[in-house]
Design a protein around this ligand. Sequence first.
Ligand SMILES: C[C@H](O)[C@@H](O)[C@@H](O)C(=O)CO
Length: 472
Amino acid sequence: MARIGLLSISDGRDFVARDLVDHITSATTALAEALRKDGHEVIVAPEIVWTNELATSQARLLADRRPDLTIFNYAVWAFPHFTMLAAEATPGPLLLMANIDPAQPGMVGMLAGGGGLDQIGRVHARAWGDIEDPAVRSRVLTEVRAAGAVRGLRGSTFGRIGGRPMGMYTAVANTDQWMRTFGVDVEEIDQWEVVRRSENASQTRVTEAREWLETKGNVHYDGKRLTPELLERQIRTYYAMRELIDEWNLDFSGIKGQPELTTHFCTMDIAESFLNDPYDWEGPKETHVCATEADMDGALSMQILKLLSGDPVLFADVRHYHADKDVWDLCNSGQHATWYAARSDDPAENLAKTHFYPEVFFFPAGGASVHHLAAPGAATFARLTRRDGHYRMHVMRGEFELYDDATNEAMARQSTFEWPHAFTRLHVPATEFLARFGSNHIHAVPGDYVAELEAVCKQLGVEFEGFGDAAN
Ligand SMILES: C[C@H](O)[C@@H](O)[C@@H](O)C(=O)CO
């Protein structure tokens, strides 16, 4: 649910403004009601703006309520300097909305106001038409959802556990740039904290968690790289992370893992899976975005996808391209949220399809990897990357696919079988993807969020780079 400020702007001639009150009020009420019906809180400015003083005072009244999005409503011709003054008093994202009614020049009012804002470089979005029209409503609600996500980022904290993994430039971002562009702070925490705090959870809690994984999932102990003791150590790292999240008020996080923990302690796959999941062995909970390899821009991309969709977010390596099928193996070095196995609210359904295998040779410390195949369905894929110091968001559509058991297994065995796989058909030619994509990691959520991501980018001042049918 977003909080929306709604300000209606009118003609500056008193005798005209007086006559337009009823017309404007009915347009404002229809817009407010449509937004409320979608579950949003709408604050309507008490007065219609028809003087310079009202432009500033009414916009300030709305701004004091810290709306996620402020809508300027144009049901009539509106003097453009009112738009400029009201925008000056509005710190957050702006949407200009015009009724299309030949009897009243609301559209002209929006274009004149919007043109003025363009001249001073004030970013804003526009929508036009009857709010009862589903296409118009969807356009407005896209902006509302995007504004909610942008506001959700601002003032949040990313917990960076460890530092740059294995020389990965794409996993490290500039904290000044994060604060300036996204309003996100970074709390640096040593991986020693995960090791130190892993002693803290009670043995009863840890045993119950292990038994839950053994009962609901498929645990493949081998007596070497995966033993009950190592699985318990991994569960303890989950609890250590929960402590860090609570103590430092972390909104999202990333864990370096490689090479220190994966060589000498255990992998973070259990912790990362169940932080990202909407449940753990103790019951339902909010998802917590946690990026493998402390990938900062990966985590930030995931957090945006979470704020838009409310769903767990996939983190994956772009691991292999099956050219014969035009399908990618999006695989991670040990975990995807288990929710992706069946995308069920019932963990038992997802865990039944999840296998906890002994870690592979990259990770001598051992522990369980979290293997499953992503359930089929359409998804949106995205990733913030930087070109020459400037952020851009790669966005594309695609589908997760599954085949018969023999084909699934043969495909998974071509990369690292023990890790999780999302066989993915992207709506972009492989040659274009490989030539343009600026990272080894990609992120996804089910559903279509291309329009929302484009709106988010515009609000943040980040370049939107749609690939294939997501290109604008
Ligand atoms: C094999 C490596 O250690 C993996 O971690 C690598 O495939 C990655 O995940 C790179 O993002």
